[in-house]
Design a protein around this ligand. Structure first.
Ligand code: NDP
Ligand code: BG6
Length: 492
């Protein structure tokens, strides 16, 4: 399976994976690096050093990895020979990152490799971010070619995010800091940019004269099982809206950047975040819906309610669903509502962007549906990637009756190969030092600045989440939010 074609910019590296025994490392990061190894993208001699406290050595850690890999890598993609080769790159360092001695052991492993790309990947709880940054800094392990990668959530609000950012800035410069939002690593999200800026077709239509409303849905069928303790302190607004949903929104709405350079792209993204009309006080209450799932059922069986999770308080008021009506104050988007929603235990796992175009100004035709749903661009990001365009055509027959049909583009049919997982792209960008798909400090701050007043309004007005049944599309209030202007959530 290993592809011997070497990419031009292979760089030797040390990838230091703090939290190497954790869930994210085992489920996503190590499989992602394995796939890149199989594609011949990891340079000869490039090492992955997994760091955690548990008592493994190289051999026993590699055994642990193999057990997990068999679960997380689809059988068809698991090549035993390539896997063995990949394991030779992996080393395990049992240290406690809160102790000074740990860093001296790490220093011994890294000695003599100062010229290589050095990635410190912090796949650990956020309270260890600054501990590790200080640790590697004081041990003199930060080289010119070093970068540090952090997982979301970055703080709980603007203030705590700024504190973390200050702590990072004490050891690393901004060009070395890679803040991860794994949605940016998804092929489908990058395709959104390709669709908008690689085709002249859409640009003239991409504005308020032509578009009536935009909907972005990130629906999950999974519940909070196993993560209740974390989730209950976080909620859907912080877990999904502040990052993934807003990132989709800004990529959809931003002006064309002058180039694909990291700062050119991020400069345009932040303009959208800053142009979001603030939702403060009564505006926040009027334009948002909080929900929490209760017990329900899917085709394969019943599921418990959010509060029935053993690590969730039985009176929890944490939201598992959020819907928001947002607006962007700009020439391009003035007057176009953006309806955003995300939730756990919704009917299906679907990430979709719907761009609804305005009706024809004057119709000479009749349609069975009275042009009730005019042209629609349906960009599906998950579970499969596809683009559909809803247009009207004349139905075959004697009379002239128009009927909506879909032009369909299914990416699986087009590319016929394994779709990269988000972390493959992100890990390679880390090694190569390309920041385009990572969030800049000011972006994170701007996203929190828009989110914080919503949470404050909920607290001040004691807005408790509305219950919805697991396996549905969320509380009825979310339908009311969109239907008061005559719109309707796209659910097909
Ligand atoms: P886990 O709790 O599964 O893993 C935490 C890791 O940290 C373990 O490897 C643990 O190893 C290590 N660790 C803890 N304390 C120390 C210490 N003092 N010294 C050295 N190692 C230590 O967390 P996740 O993998 O789920 O999450 C990691 C990060 O990624 C978090 O910030 C999380 O919010 C974020 N994230 C996770 C996602 C996921 O899907 N899991 C999704 C998005 C973000 P040991 O016990 O052996 O020391
Ligand atoms: C994570 C959230 O960032 O994204 C999870 O913390 C959520 O709660 C996950 O389940 C969704 O990611 P994906 O890639 O499965 O859509």
């Amino acid at each position: 399976m290993k592809n011997s074609a070497s990419p031009v910019d292979q760089q030797p590296f040390d990838f230091i994976l703090f939290g190497g025994t954790g869930d994210l490392a085992m489920r996503k990061l190590l499989p992602a690096l394995y796939f890149r190894h199989c594609e011949g993208q990891l340079a000869e001699g490039g090492r992955i050093i997994a760091v955690a406290r548990r008592d493994y050595n190289n051999e026993s850690f590699r055994e642990l990895m193999e057990t997990d890999a068999r679960i997380h890598i689809p059988e068809a993609d698991f090549d035993a020979a390539a896997w063995q080769e990949f394991l030779q790159r992996v080393f395990y360092l049992p240290i406690d990152v809160t102790t000074v001695e740990g860093y001296s052991d790490l220093g011994d492993m890294l000695a003599g490799r100062e010229e290589l790309a050095r990635v410190f990947y912090l796949s650990v709880a956020p309270n260890l971010f600054s501990v590790i940054c200080n640790g590697v800094d004081e041990a003199g392990l930060i080289t010119e070619q070093s970068r540090v990668a952090l997982e979301k959530p970055l703080g709980r609000d603007q203030e705590t995010a700024e504190q973390i950012n200050d702590q990072l800035a004490a050891s690393f410069n901004e060009k070395q800091i890679f803040r991860i939002d794994h949605y940016l690593g998804k092929e489908a999200v990058q395709n959104l940019m390709a669709l908008r800026f690689g085709n002249a077709l859409f640009e003239p239509l991409w504005r308020n004269e032509r578009i009536s409303d935009v909907q972005i849905t990130i629906a999950e069928s999974l519940g909070a099982e196993g993560r209740g303790a974390f989730y209950d302190q976080t909620g859907a607004l912080r877990d999904m809206v502040q990052n993934h949903l807003l990132q989709l929104l800004v990529i959809l709405a931003m002006e064309p950047p002058v180039s694909i350079d990291p700062d050119a792209v991020r400069d345009e993204k932040i303009k959208v975040l800053r142009a979001l009309k603030p939702l403060v006080g009564g505006d926040a209450i009027e334009n948002t819906v909080r929900g929490q799932y209760k017990a329900g059922a899917y085709a394969d069986g019943a599921v418990i309610g959010y509060r029935d999770n053993e690590d969730v308080p039985s009176e929890s008021k944490t939201e598992t669903f959020v819907a928001i009506r947002a607006e962007i104050a700009s020439w391009r988007w003035e007057g176009v509502p953006f309806f955003l929603r995300t939730g756990k235990r919704m009917e299906s796992k679907t990430t979709e962007i719907i761009v609804n175009f305005k009706k024809v100004p004057h119709s000479i035709f009749e349609t069975a549906d009275g042009f009730s749903t005019p042209n629609q661009l349906i960009i599906r990001l998950q579970p499969e990637e596809s683009i559909r365009m809803r247009i009207y055509v004349k139905a075959w027959g004697d009379d002239i009756q128009l009927q909506p049909v879909h032009l369909n583009l299914d990416f699986n049919d087009v590319f016929k190969k394994r779709q990269m997982i988000a972390y493959e792209r992100l890990c390679m960008d880390l090694i190569r030092g390309n920041q385009t798909l990572f969030m800049r400090r000011d972006e994170v701050a701007a996203a929190w600045a828009w989110i914080d007043p919503i949470r404050q309004a909920w607290e001040q007005h004691n807005v408790t989440p509305k219950p919805y049944t697991a396996g549905t599309w969320g509380p009825a209030a979310a339908n009311a939010l969109i239907s008061r202007e005559g719109f309707k959530w796209y659910e097909e």
